[in-house]
Design a protein around this ligand. Structure first.
Ligand code: COA
Length: 203
């Protein structure tokens, strides 16, 4: 089994955003996301009540990054350095050809096209830097903003399935996918990958 080595960490820049390695000083931001009922509503994440939970989570992400099991970027507005959300690849397949994408934004930053910018550069990194063959997203069908974001970026619905949530209620889910071959026609003109990280990527 191969493994990813995310070193040097691939910092990504878009028109308005800087995407960089999630670090302990982002704990307030992660707490703000994961304690907010509107952010976690469709994600199955248990609501955080203390900052310690955010700190432990970041520690786990740092560990998983070292092991090549996941990569998470903090998203901030370049001009103000304000933390606005996160985006990641996780659930990487054993053969390294497929990864799941996940993302969230603080509510004041919804509806401004920020995740659209972030996802374009991360998807491009996934296909060009990690050389993934496919990126998937498994999400609650009712999460219309997320569905719209994926569809705008060429993801297609593969299958619907149902899970039971913590309360035993059935939740409708859908798996969306984007193949590298389809992405070729969708390369955004405004994404810049910084730091020469792609050529340093070892698989
Ligand atoms: C999913 C989520 C990231 C989508 O955020 P979003 O802000 O709707 O996504 P986008 O960045 O694509 O923004 C799109 C909106 O910005 C608007 N917009 C404003 N300025 C824009 C610009 N300069 N460029 C592009 N779009 C712009 C678009 O018109 C669009 O609005 P509309 O949807 O009303 O038509 C957000 O809803 C979220 O964080 N949800 C909670 C966490 C979550 O559910 N995560 C996903 C789990 S699967």
């Amino acid at each position: 089994m191969g493994s990813f080595r995310f070193w040097p960490f691939p910092e990504l820049k878009t028109n308005r955003l800087t995407l960089k390695k999630l670090v302990q000083s982002d704990a307030d931001g992660i707490f703000a996301l994961r304690s907010n009922p509107d952010v976690i509503k469709y994600t199955g994440i248990k609501q955080y009540t203390t900052i310690n939970e955010a700190e432990s989570y970041i520690q786990k992400i740092e560990h998983d990054l070292e092991c090549g099991k996941c990569i998470m970027w903090s998203i901030s507005i370049t001009s103000t350095e304000e933390f606005i959300g996160s985006i990641c690849f996780w659930n990487i397949s054993e053969d390294g050809t497929c990864a799941e994408i996940g993302y969230d934004l603080l509510p004041p930053f919804h509806g401004k096209g920020f995740m659209q910018e972030a996802i374009q550069s991360v998807v491009r990194y996934g296909f060009e830097g990690m050389e993934l063959g496919e990126i998937v997203a498994d999400l609650c069908s009712e999460n219309v903003r997320s569905v719209r974001l994926l569809e705008k970026n060429g993801f297609r619905k593969n299958k619907a399935h149902t899970i039971s949530n913590e309360n035993g209620d059935k939740v409708g889910m859908a798996v969306y996918f984007l193949k590298r071959t389809d992405f070729k026609y969708n390369i955004p003109p405004n994404c810049i990958l910084h730091g020469g990280c792609i050529s340093d990527f070892a698989f």
